[in-house]
Design a protein around this ligand. Structure first.
Ligand SMILES: NC(=O)c1ccc[n+]([C@@H]2O[C@H](COP(=O)([O-])OP(=O)(O)OC[C@H]3O[C@@H](n4cnc5c(N)ncnc54)[C@H](OP(=O)(O)O)[C@@H]3O)[C@@H](O)[C@H]2O)c1
Length: 327
């Protein structure tokens, strides 16, 4: 079968190759064999491939933090899953045609779920949900602020917050995104730049913003923090600028702002399988009821993984880039 593998640390478009690997074989006791239908290419995959993530892998190695597909076969002793079930994989080696693993490495999904959307559930939807619910208790009418608001996580945040009546201020880099994000439920959309706090105060009528969510780092973290109300919380979960967070200490000392960091992998490791299944059950229903949807800009077969990597690294995309291992 085909697998997209990391051959060396380096530019993703050069070092990820489609190779033939042995078929995984029939599932053993307690195991399941899954045909992978769709895999999202996330910034975390690119960071890992290029040696900029929390750990640097030994090469060659399998890749792919996300993958969703259909159960092909089940081994003895598996009762939670059956052939034909749609599942999301908890493994981090999903850019492959088939995955064989223990049954607890898969989350069962509703039968009517779109597997392309399900391939964004594990990382981005869960990240948006957990950042919305973990740090600050937000009630209907409360305000939060985020940057990179047109990203996959950003769109999930807008949609989930809107569904709960929480109001969002959204920072983007392009004017062309203002109307499309408002159509999704964004209350305020502003283009990053000077006078951000003043412009946001004008658009919100001076609302107190309780939570700031930063994916960018560098000076963008400081601009976002300056807009959060006294006593508020800023959560950093990404460094899209490639720069460390720059914040004026005035915010901590005189305004009692708290800065913290979110990493989904760390949070999931602290949870039982039942807790994880419970979260994804709830979020999968938000996919099937239409609350959550993120556009897919392009899909590639594994044989074109280099093109897929180059595409995923482009700025100003209008959605995710995915792999379709069995297309
Ligand atoms: N900590 C965690 O557990 C966790 C979990 C999930 C995601 N993340 C992080 O969340 C971030 C977004 O991920 P995603 O999958 O949602 O992204 P995505 O859908 O692939 O979208 C990429 C986004 O990054 C923006 N961007 C790229 N370079 C930028 C820069 N230099 N300054 C500002 N914005 C920039 C793009 O804006 P344009 O359209 O203007 O180019 C776009 O909004 C990434 O940093 C990712 O690593 C973290």
């Amino acid at each position: 079968m085909k697998s997209a593998q990391l051959t060396a640390i380096g530019p993703a478009e050069n070092v990820v190759k489609c190779v033939d690997v042995p078929d995984p074989g029939a599932p053993g006791e307690g195991e399941v064999l899954v045909d992978i239908a769709a895999c999202s290419i996330n910034p975390a995959d690119i960071l890992l491939i290029e040696g900029k993530y929390a750990t640097v892998p030994e090469t060659p190695c399998a890749l792919g933090i996300e993958g969703a597909g259909t159960v092909n076969a089940v081994g003895n002793g598996v009762s939670a899953l059956k052939v034909g079930d749609k599942v999301m994989s908890l493994a981090r080696t999903n850019w492959v045609q088939q995955v064989r693993d223990k049954a607890e490495a898969f989350i069962r999904l509703p039968t009517d779920i779109d597997l392309a959307q399900a391939a964004m559930l594990k990382v981005n939807v869960a990240t948006a949900h957990l950042m919305l619910t973990t740090y600050v208790s937000l009630s209907a009418g409360d305000w939060l602020l985020q940057n990179a608001a047109n990203s996959g996580v950003g769109v999930d945040l807008i949609r989930l917050a809107h569904a709960n009546g929480v109001r969002t201020v959204n920072i983007v880099r392009r004017r062309a995104l203002i109307e499309p994000l408002k159509q999704l439920g964004a209350d305020v959309v502003v283009v990053d730049g000077p006078d951000l706090a003043k412009r946001i105060a004008q658009e919100t009528g001076g609302a107190v913003i309780k939570l700031g969510i930063d994916a960018v780092g560098g000076s963008a973290t400081g601009r976002l923090t300056d807009c959060v109300g006294d006593g508020g919380t800023v959560v950093n979960y990404g460094l899209l600028s490639g720069k460390t967070c720059e914040i004026n200490a005035f915010n901590f000392v005189f305004r009692d702002i708290t800065l913290t960091g979110f990493w989904l992998a760390r949070l999931l490791r602290s949870m039982s399988f039942e807790q994880i299944q419970g979260i994804y059950d709830q979020l999968a229903r938000r996919l099937t009821d239409g609350t959550i949807h993120v556009d897919v800009e392009a899909s590639y077969p594994l044989e074109q993984v280099s093109d897929a990597m180059a595409h995923a690294k482009r700025e100003s995309r209008n959605g995710k880039v995915q792999l379709r291992p069995n297309s």
